[in-house]
Design a protein around this ligand. Structure first.
Ligand code: EPU
Length: 430
């Protein structure tokens, strides 16, 4: 087991290059199973979740070749297996995209119910509603979801989602790409990775319009073809370095970003007191004054992202005055607050609302990451803290952040990754 040891109190200064977007990469990898040809995917982040998705691809019969650190070639021509094992699937939520890919291509899929960060109830009823509308029968048996197209091939349909869901929007888009006729998704999610998944599918021959708006139209095609695609930069990784700069202070040039995707984050951090200079594909962030209180509510894109909520809460613990953070997506995404309290934070959580009374500083402590973004929030807090912090449970962080330790070090942060053989802490699934 490894832990991060962070000596806090040093401002961050320098440059950091953001990797490819985790949640776009997971969708694109699974969607490549639909293609039935060779896809070369560039700007893939080197993270555990990507490794797990590629393992599932191999298990399904694809040939997967790492071309270099950030490029992978997937030949899904010989994918024959339409069922994926429990062990691989339960570890990662993004594995639900294999349902759409296998169903769309073969008219049949058997996939273990997906895992992922424990953020409260995370149903997949909207995915199921979408597949059923496309003419599939869905059964959940012994932890597996069995999906079969009634006529062998999915049929285009009109689908209105009851909630805005990234996962179901992408999954239905994937499955409907090879369906017969037109599919219309209403109340679709608009996140950058929804658009990225649509762009990937289109570059492989699909016919999808409207991604990035709340109505997406997918005209089914008979086949897709291989090609090369580059994943967008990770909006949330960039946002995490913004939050870290807010907490620790300093000036950081964040490279390889799409500034438009970051506006929902920079607008809020600007209110809190950070200054930004925008370049074509980079963002300069600096903290020149004390942080100010604010109110934040997480919402679907272009609202403030839930995946930035914990890191933002950590920064707001150091803002003057009382801030209120409301979680608008998940039921239970404040578990990490108990760890921040151990570092001296003053936060009261009532259901989906956290009331934060700003303190001067955090003090270093031994703390535990309970999920991916919770872990990122603890890094943000520890970088600014007086004294040394030890973060355990960092496998959660490494599920979604490429080389965080090296990247923070390049910014002057005092962080190291240390083996801890005798720890008896829980090691739960992400
Ligand atoms: N929901 C339903 N029914 C469904 C699907 C979703 O009720 O069938 C609800 C969820 O319970 C949640 C809301 O709708 O309250 C939004 O869920 P969504 O489907 O958008 O989330 P997801 O696909 O499960 C992805 C990301 C999450 C990110 C959310 C929201 C992946 C693999 N995961 O999850 O990423 O928080 O979208 O943007 O893409 C993370 O990266 O830390 C992370 C948790």
């Amino acid at each position: 087991m490894i832990k991060y040891v962070i000596k806090g109190g040093r401002p961050l200064d320098g440059e950091v290059t953001v990797s490819g977007a985790k949640n776009a990469a997971l969708a694109v990898i699974a969607a490549s199973a639909l293609v039935g040809d060779v896809t070369r995917i560039e700007n893939i982040p080197k993270i555990i979740d990507v490794t797990l998705m590629l393992e599932i691809m191999r298990e399904l019969g694809a040939r997967v070749r790492l071309v270099n650190d950030s490029t992978v070639e997937i030949d899904s021509t010989n994918v024959v297996n339409t069922s994926a094992s429990y062990d691989a699937m339960r570890k990662i939520r993004g594995s639900y995209y294999f349902i759409g890919a296998l169903l769309g291509r073969f008219g049949h899929a058997v996939v273990a119910m997906p895992g992922g960060c424990n953020l409260g109830v995370r149903p997949i009823d909207q995915h199921i509603k979408g597949f059923e509308a496309l003419g599939a029968t869905v059964e959940v048996k012994s932890g597996f979801i069995h999906v079969t197209a009634n006529n062998g091939r999915l049929q285009g349909a009109h689908i209105y989602f009851d909630v805005i869901t990234v996962g179901a929007t992408i999954n239905v888009m994937i499955a409907a790409s090879l369906a017969e006729g037109l599919t219309v998704i209403e109340n679709a999610a608009k996140e950058p990775h929804v658009v990225d998944a649509a762009n990937f599918l289109n570059s492989m021959g699909a016919n999808i319009t409207g991604a990035g708006t709340d109505v997406i139209k997918i005209r089914g095609v008979d086949r897709l073809h291989g090609g090369t695609y580059s994943i967008i930069p990770d909006q949330i990784e960039a946002g995490t370095y913004i939050a870290a700069t807010a907490a620790a202070g300093g000036t950081v040039l964040i490279k390889n970003v799409i500034p438009k995707h970051l506006e929902c984050i920079t607008a809020k951090f600007n209110e809190i007191g950070l200054e930004f200079t925008e370049y074509d594909d980079a963002l300069l962030v600096s903290r020149t004054k004390p942080l100010q209180k604010t109110n934040v509510k997480t919402l679907p894109y272009p609202g403030f992202p839930t995946d930035m909520q914990p890191q933002t809460t950590a920064a707001l613990c150091l803002a003057e005055g009382t801030s209120v953070v409301t979680e608008g997506i998940y039921d239970n995404r404040f578990k990490y607050v108990e760890e921040l309290k151990r570092m001296g934070a003053k936060v009261q959580v009532d259901g989906k609302v956290a009331v934060i009374e700003g303190v001067e500083s955090f003090s270093g402590a031994r703390i535990r990451a309970c999920d991916l973004r919770a872990g990122a929030a603890l890094v943000v807090a520890a970088l600014s803290a007086n004294g040394t912090s030890e973060i355990i449970g960092v496998h959660h962080i490494e599920r979604g952040y490429e080389n965080m330790v090296e990247k923070v070090r390049c910014l002057g942060g005092d962080i190291k990754c240390v083996e801890e053989p005798d720890s008896d802490e829980l090691s739960d699934v992400g």
